[in-house]
Design a protein around this ligand. Structure first.
Ligand code: PGA
Length: 252
């Protein structure tokens, strides 16, 4: 079954309101006629107000980079899924390795945030991936399966199918070192196998599995050409319209 490619840009803590608006304008110009690929960008919460009106009606989705596990309350400094939805966001990035490593986000917290996102009407994009030490110890499958099991724990098939999973080996994020297409495909194939073992066939057949970690216009085509890689979650190369558009062009 053919899955529509999905290219997402994680702007992380970059581009304040002015720079974010410029980038959004660039994307609006460059991506006008791309109905054959799903595109989403994740600006910082503080730039949402400048990005959302520019991308409205373009088909480019906007998501929030992280959400609190609760919709509101005494959680100073956090972002609410409900509030992001009210603003016009449609996706929530959950469990990015920077959240896991720098904020100590656990598998259980990731699982809770999936419910919170869904309750608010946001589509979760869940990030998983091993560290270099874990890879060198031969523990890749063990780690990503643990992260997957926790994220999907108790989710019915029709709910599970609405999630997007981004496999991002931690050693490839922001390092310029990309997993080779063979390395990435091997893990993606295992992930799809895990889904097929735990759910009816339509879940593994429909779910888009994105690769992330130093994706650039120059390496996107060979990664996206792999059977089980349905798209990319892009950090650094999503910060300029030309390079992000170059990656999107590689889906053709
Ligand atoms: P990178 O980041 O493309 O800069 O490696 C990817 C990510 O963290 O999502």
């Amino acid at each position: 079954m053919a899955r529509i490619p999905f290219i997402a840009g994680n702007w992380k803590l970059n581009h304040g309101p002015r720079a974010a608006a410029e980038l959004a304008l660039g994307l609006r110009e460059q991506l006008a006629d791309r109905g054959d690929v799903t595109v989403a960008v994740f600006p910082t919460a503080l730039s949402m107000h400048s990005v959302l009106p520019i991308l409205e009606g373009t088909g480019i989705h906007v998501g929030v980079q992280d959400i609190a596990a609760k919709q509101s309350g005494a959680f100073t400094g956090s972002n609410s899924a409900e509030m992001a939805r009210e603003l016009g966001c449609s996706y929530a990035l959950i469990g990015h390795s920077e959240r896991r490593q720098l904020w100590g986000e656990t598998d259980a917290a990731v699982r809770a945030k999936i419910d919170t996102a869904r309750a608010a009407g946001l589509l979760p994009m869940v990030c998983i991936g091993e560290t270099l030490t874990e890879r060198e110890a031969g523990r890749v499958e063990e780690v990503v399966f643990r992260q997957l099991s926790a994220a999907f724990d108790g989710l019915e098939a029709d709910v599970a199918a609405t999630l997007t999973v981004a496999y991002e080996p931690v050693w490839a994020i922001g390092t310029g070192v990309t997993a080779s297409p063979d390395q990435a495909q091997e893990v993606h194939q295992s992930l799809r196998g895990w889904l097929a073992d735990h759910y009816p066939p339509f879940v593994s057949e429909q779910m888009r599995l994105l690769y992330g970690g130093s994706v650039k216009p120059t390496n996107a085509a060979e990664l996206l050409g792999c059977a089980d890689i349905d798209g990319a979650l892009v950090g650094g190369a999503s910060l300029k319209a030309e390079s992000f558009a170059g990656i999107i062009a590689a889906t053709r």
